[in-house]
Write a protein that binds this ligand. Sequence first.
Ligand code: SF4
Ligand code: SF4
Length: 395
Amino acid sequence: MNVQPDLDFIKSLKEAGGDTLKKCYQCATCSVMCPLSKDGKPFPRKEMIWSQWGMKEKLVTDPDVFLCHQCGDCTANCPRGAKPGDVLSAIRAYAYTFYGWPAPLAKLASSAKGLPVLIGIPVVVIFIMWLISGAMHIPTQEEFASHGYQRFFGHWDFFWYAKNPFFIVLIMVPSLGLGLYSGFRGISKMWKSMSADAGLNKDYRPSVGQFIKEFLWPSLVEIVKHSRFRECTVNTDRVRGHLPLMLAFIGLFIVTCWSLFRLDVLALAWPSLHTPMPLTDPFKILANVSAVALLFGIAVLWNNRKKAESEQDTKPTFYDWFLIWEITAVGVTGLGAELLRWAGMPVLGYIVYFLHLVSIMMLFLYLPYTKFAHLIYRTGAYTFEKYRESGYGRS
Ligand code: SF4
Ligand code: SF4
């Protein structure tokens, strides 16, 4: 086989934390030690040699790269200090940019150099919306006490639909829509390449219902249970941080859906619902519990990352830290805005609420290009693994 190494790819892996890849001498200890590697399809030894050879196309279509949970068992046992867990993480970072659409935005989100623009886009969009909405004022203490942030984008006398949800929907729905569309494009492309690579039969396919029931749903259940995370032996703290974080996102997703339904549908019939939820409302309780779980989870992951950098000499990367900072920003500004509301501090409250909107828009908009994309691609890899091993894959 004539290998044409992609030198730029190797360089980008080294920059993204895979700087040790050349140390590997193919002893295969890592594949033996990896608790997630299967006997018939072991990893990460093969990924190490493909990385050394710069085989980009092979790696971005390799489901094993996305099945790795970065537990570090392989890294802890590598006799050469080649850190295969970090190399696989660097490959994933590259893959999210590779599959990302639109490409310039994906590239921008791949390095710290793009950070001013990444923050600037939501700041400018939300500020312009605030100006267009005509809300340019800070409420009095009385207004703030009765409406909270419900009039951040102002108020109009249109009885049926409040101005605030109108502007929030106008900002957040296209941001999330672009993020999800890009993720869908990426995972479709990846699935096609993985199927071609594995030589799956294209003519024999399940129905959509069958596909969800037999492959997607079991994968989601496995992910929510964190079954594979629990198999890690070196970095057992990962599950302690990742699980509350994931449950927090599920909780906040439920609250967001309820809020949209409450403000955009129910409030059409009962305009009195255009007021902040009381603290005793079950959805408010869920939101606050989720925010605390989010901050707890991110604190554990933050600590883990710092420990890995000091004890295992793991390279700090923009890819890892951007998501940690981003989730911290969402949690701190969300809880901060809430506390400032109860403390009756409108000026600071409005500033923190503005930053909260900025951090949420960033999370939605950059979802498919940052580490957050593992939500999409790892789910895809789990599903593909089950599909490949089923009768459909083998037929
Ligand atoms: S990464 Fe380390 S353990 Fe794995 S094959 Fe290379 S040298 Fe061996
Ligand atoms: S980091 Fe963990 S899951 Fe990933 S290859 Fe290494 S041992 Fe396997």
